[in-house]
Design a binder for this molecule. Structure first.
Ligand code: SAM
Length: 137
């Protein structure tokens, strides 16, 4: 099994444990509902095909990273190249601290901080367009 597949299994387990410790009402406040892994992989496959899968230097950003569903899919589809850079923001330490620990040996700059919306405006829309593209296929 590949390193990223092992890590993804650890992430799924962590996601379950962290979600379980919060109520639905608490999770609703910050929209703390993870993307299904298969959808994240589909989005990244689409990105690979349409945004230059062969490119050497890619910059990944998730403004609301949670446990790292999209980063995991990014690493799986684009590979763990040292030339890629990756940043993720997570406002809630409940998800942030254990997830930062989970990814500590990966080239991901995991920041427990507010994304200050301006990033979400850009990337949130990009995600929505990608979802739409995937759903329309
Ligand atoms: C819908 S979840 C998505 C998590 C992950 N990207 C996924 O697709 O599974 C949104 C995450 O963003 C975090 N979040 C909400 N507002 C934020 C903000 N202003 N800055 C950083 N993270 C934020 C939440 O705590 C939550 O973990």
């Amino acid at each position: 099994m590949k390193t990223i597949d092992i890590k993804e299994n650890e992430r799924l387990d962590l996601q379950d444990r962290l979600d379980f410790r919060k109520t639905q009402i608490e999770r609703n406040r910050l929209g703390q509902f993870a993307t299904p892994p298969a959808l994240a992989v589909d989005v990244l496959k689409y990105a690979f095909q349409n945004m230059g899968g062969g490119k050497k230097h890619l910059r990944f950003l998730d403004p609301a990273i949670g446990t790292g569903t999209f980063y995991s899919a990014f690493a799986k589809i684009f590979g763990l190249r040292s030339s890629h850079t990756a940043i993720g923001y997570e406002i809630d330490p409940h998800y942030g601290r254990p997830s930062q620990k989970l990814w500590r040996n990966f080239p991901l700059d995991y920041r427990i901080a507010d994304n200050h919306n301006r990033i979400a405006d850009i990337c949130g829309n990009a995600h929505i367009h990608l979802y739409r593209a995937v759903l329309l296929r």
